[in-house]
Write a protein that binds this ligand. Structure first.
Ligand SMILES: [Mn+2]
Length: 268
């Protein structure tokens, strides 16, 4: 049994299958961790969701910002944007099953045995593994609960930028979602900076993984989301897996036990 972690698939289904063939992925034994952004921008979102859902317990996927965007559109909280490519999912006969499955994915996956924590964008320096799981569970309860439409209507936005344990309601849920699914830069206290798109942070901010973190030094953080890093962070204990498949880069899996990476170029 071998466990692999894959970066942002974003609907690049045929590339995913080529990559899994390359590592001789055994669907009956091996495990696939998926670092979020399963869908959007790429060509085959429906096939991607059907395949990952079909893997059952062999697949552990966390939610990314594009996955939440799909759920928000499905909830009627948002209109599709011009460059969204998720109509294939929205128009599918099995859409309800697929969206139900997606909605019930976690925001964070932690394996104490493997000393790894997986999240789409990142974890703030102020939270231990235990805090990450606690706050992820709060957001998961909102996404899966009876008032999830209200959450999706209020999910978008960059404020509050600073965490406080006193935050309540939608403000609390929004900053948790922004940490786990959108963060690139923050300051040492976990204040978010969500406007910058490039690799150069504004003054006072740094890539989230460069700060001193509360999580155990033994834990490796596996994440996606930030294609401009091209899979490299130059700091041990952090594994960036988004290698920009949907932008003409490649799709990357990492074999967790020895951190060996395998990639295939995007189709095209
Ligand atoms: Mn993302």
């Amino acid at each position: 049994m071998t466990t692999y972690a894959v970066g942002d698939i974003q609907g690049c289904y045929s590339t995913l299958r080529k990559l899994l063939d390359k590592v001789s992925f055994d669907e009956s034994k091996d495990k696939l961790w998926v670092a979020g952004d399963l869908v959007n921008r790429g060509p085959e979102n429906l096939a991607t969701l059907r395949y990952l859902r079909g893997l059952g317990k062999q697949c552990i996927a966390v939610l990314g910002n594009h996955d939440l965007h799909l759920l928000a559109i499905a909830a009627g909280a948002r209109n599709p944007k011009r460059n969204d490519t998720i109509e294939d999912v929205l128009n599918a006969p099995d859409r309800d099953e697929l969206l139900h499955w997606l909605k019930h994915r976690p925001l964070v996956h932690y394996s104490e045995k493997k000393s790894c924590i997986m999240v789409h964008a990142g974890i703030p320096p102020i939270w231990s593994e235990k805090k990450c799981l606690k706050h992820a569970a709060e957001l998961e309860a909102a996404i899966q609960g009876p008032d999830s439409d209200a959450f999706f209507h209020n999910m978008y936005g960059n404020e509050p930028a600073t965490w406080s344990k006193e935050l309540e309601g939608i403000d609390r849920l929004r900053i948790i979602a922004n940490y786990f699914t959108r963060m690139r830069f923050c300051n040492a206290k976990g204040m978010l900076e969500l406007d910058s798109k490039g690799n150069t942070p504004p003054s006072g901010f740094a890539p989230w993984f460069l700060h001193n973190h509360k999580h155990s030094k033994k834990t490796t953080v596996i994440f996606g989301h930030w294609a401009a890093l091209e899979g490299r962070v130059f700091k041990s204990g952090y594994e960036a897996l988004d290698t920009g498949c949907v932008w003409g880069g490649c799709l990357t899996v990492m074999r967790i036990k020895d951190r060996v990476r395998f990639s295939v170029d995007a189709d095209g």
